[in-house]
Each structure stands twice: as C-alpha cells, then as structure tokens.
Design a protein around this ligand. Structure first.
Ligand SMILES: C[S@@+](CC[C@H](N)C(=O)[O-])C[C@H]1O[C@@H](n2cnc3c(N)ncnc32)[C@H](O)[C@@H]1O
Length: 158
C-alpha cells in the first residue's frame, strides 16, 4: 500500500482513546486487528483502523510521515479474557525483536526531522529496557503514574 499523503501515522491505534478527534483526517489510523469486543463491565471496545497493518512491516514508503505515534502493547503476558488484553493486546514471545522492528519501522517511515511520540506503560517491562531496543535517543519525556510519553526526532544520518 502507498501512503495516501496524510502527514500523521498512529501505528497501533486501538480504539483511538487519546485522540481528541478520533476521525482526524490528517491521521492514518493503523492497527493489526479490526474488531469489536465487550469488556467485563459491558463497555464496547471498538477497534476499526482505516489501515490494517503490522508495525513490524509497515505498508508505507520511507519518509511518508511528519509525526508518528507509537503506543504498542506493553504486556508480555495477560489472560485472554482480561480487559487489558482485549483493549491493548499483548506482545509476542519474541517481544525484543517485535519492539526493535517497530521502532525501526517508525523511524523508516518518518521524514527527516519528523517526530516520534512513544507511549509506554511500565507495568511488566521497564522503560529503560524498551528504549535499549532502538539506537535513536529520546529528546524528552513525561511520566504520570506508570505511563511515559517520550519524544524523539529523526535526525538525518550523515
Ligand atoms: C496499547 S494498545 C493501543 C491503544 C491506543 N493508543 C488507544 O488509544 O486505544 C496497542 C495496540 O497495538 C495493536 N497491535 C498489536 N500488535 C500490533 C502490530 N504488530 N501492528 C500493529 N498494531 C498492533 C493492538 O491490537 C492494540 O490495539
């Protein structure tokens, strides 16, 4: 698939919880699944990406986006009936390779000087461990509870 020219990618959008405008026309909302499920409290979890794709092999040319948001699953184990699993999914057994490929793909599809916003919930894996899976260095970040928001910029390599 060729990028349709939207400048922003949400690489694993889930139910788009953090977006003020969940149908923002500037954004390609991607996820590996397209489904609806019911949580234990009866709430619906609706995941309808406009692109079904895998963040380890993104269907976009190099340098397609100015901003990429990367909020991958942060669990390496979870019961399949748990709300957390239904809402946020789970990493593979080989989560190091999965996340390393995810970072690499985020930086590949970012244009030079584009911004990557990475979100991580430090429940099962430490942020430090996860950041060691990319050679890119974060600029700054913010922590609230267990959740970090980290900002990178893709700087051209000489
Ligand atoms: C932490 S949740 C994202 C939550 C989302 N930001 C929200 O606001 O609802 C992680 C998402 O990554 C998706 N996902 C898991 N593996 C993926 C992959 N290889 N490629 C793309 N999306 C993936 C899951 O389906 C899940 O919706």
């Amino acid at each position: 698939m060729i990028s349709d020219g939207r400048p922003i990618l949400d690489a694993c959008c889930g139910s788009r919880m953090f977006w003020f405008d969940k149908d923002n026309p500037l954004v390609d909302f991607m996820d590996i699944r397209d489904e609806e499920c019911t949580l234990s409290d009866g709430q619906l979890c609706i995941v309808h990406p406009n692109i079904i794709g895998d963040f380890t092999r993104m269907p976009f040319p190099d340098k397609s986006f100015r901003l990429v948001v990367f909020d991958p699953p942060h669990l390496v184990w979870a019961g399949k009936a748990a709300n957390f699993y239904k809402r946020f999914g789970c990493l593979n057994r080989d989560w190091k390779t999965e996340l390393a490929m995810g970072f690499s793909e985020c930086f590949r599809v970012l244009d030079d000087y584009g911004v990557l916003v990475f979100k991580w919930a430090e429940t099962q894996l430490k942020l430090k461990t996860v950041l060691s899976l990319t050679t890119e260095k974060p600029l700054f970040g913010h922590k609230r509870g267990h959740t970090f928001w980290i900002c990178f910029m893709k700087t051209p390599k000489p």
